[in-house]
Design a protein around this ligand. Structure first.
Ligand SMILES: *Cc1c(COP(=O)(O)O)cnc(C)c1O
Length: 286
């Protein structure tokens, strides 16, 4: 149902990169959340009538689940701990579109240990679950095919991590490449722990790169905004404002990774910029 995403060549700060445009996978169902939830799009679930999940009210996973539910004709109920007044009064971004797709939002907590009805599919926050492997394996296969066609015997892969699910399964299915990633939520130790929760065999874990300075997820940083603007100026590509700025900052701070051809995975999330960009513009100007 979703087609191969294209690979482009870009240059940034004097380096050349290949860019896997997973943000262009499908008009509504794209990025790494589409890969992670592909299993639930493609397979038969005769008993399922409803998806339940939880997380933040602006999450990319929430948005993609609303699309999945709509495509499958399922209900979608989503739990948030907290809904900001500003967002409730000024609908925008992932939250607005998810509501338009029929999401039912509940402010309150949901325990993943709760027992659900058999017609209910429970999805972990951010799609951190083993079913994600199905779609990410397909991404790996697309990369292998493209790599062969272009005779790129040596290739490094880079993508920024949240839960680390995408990077982990990508490395597992690309045993001949090194997958590099950086933590955006928490530090390297946290990300390593996330890898272990999905895969005990450390040999198939991605290689973690980090910046020295501590970083808080979702907070505004001048350096993040600056590199995001620069990326747009130099490459013409719009990246997401939560993960990609830190990813590019980390990658360009490790030139040793750049001596082989490098494929950066654009994991989508651009709709989420509708909430991040006005915050950046208010803080630092245009
Ligand atoms: C969710 C997301 C990530 C993080 O993916 P994980 O599999 O949780 O590591 C990175 N970039 C974007 C744009 C995302 O939406």
């Amino acid at each position: 149902m979703i087609k191969n995403s294209p690979v482009e060549e870009i240059s940034f700060e004097g380096y050349s990169f290949y860019l896997k445009r997973d943000d262009l996978l499908h008009p509504d169902f794209s990025g790494n959340k589409a890969r992670k939830f592909y299993y639930f799009l493609e397979n038969d679930f005769p008993d399922i009538k409803k998806i339940i999940s939880y997380g933040s009210a602006q999450s990319n996973a929430m948005y993609s689940l609303s699309v999945l539910a709509k495509m499958r004709g399922w209900e979608f109920e989503y739990f948030v701990d907290h809904l900001a007044d500003y967002l409730r009064d000024n609908l925008h971004g992932n939250y607005k579109t998810a509501l338009e797709n029929g999401m039912k939002l509940t402010v309150g907590s949901l325990k993943s240990t709760e027992a659900f009805d058999i017609d209910t599919l429970f999805i972990e926050e951010g799609g951190r679950q083993k079913e994600a492997e199905y779609g990410i394996k397909l991404l790996a296969q697309e990369i292998i095919e493209w790599q062969k066609e272009n005779k790129l015997d040596e290739l490094n892969i880079f993508l920024p991590s949240g839960t680390g699910t995408t990077a982990l399964f990508l490395q597992k299915h690309l045993p001949n490449n090194t997958v590099y990633t950086n933590p955006c939520v928490g530090d390297a130790a946290y990300l390593k722990k996330q890898f272990f929760e999905l895969e005990e065999d450390e040999k198939t874990h991605p290689t973690i790169l980090s910046l020295e300075k501590k970083h808080h997820f979702g907070k505004l940083y001048r350096e993040n905004y600056k590199i995001w603007l620069k990326l747009q100026q130099q490459t013409g590509v719009v990246f997401d404002l939560l993960y990609d700025p830190l990813g590019w900052r980390t990658l360009t701070a490790h030139p040793e990774v750049l001596h082989k051809p490098i494929l950066y995975i654009h994991q989508g999330g651009v709709l989420g910029n509708e909430s991040m960009l006005p915050r950046y513009e208010r803080k630092y100007g245009m």
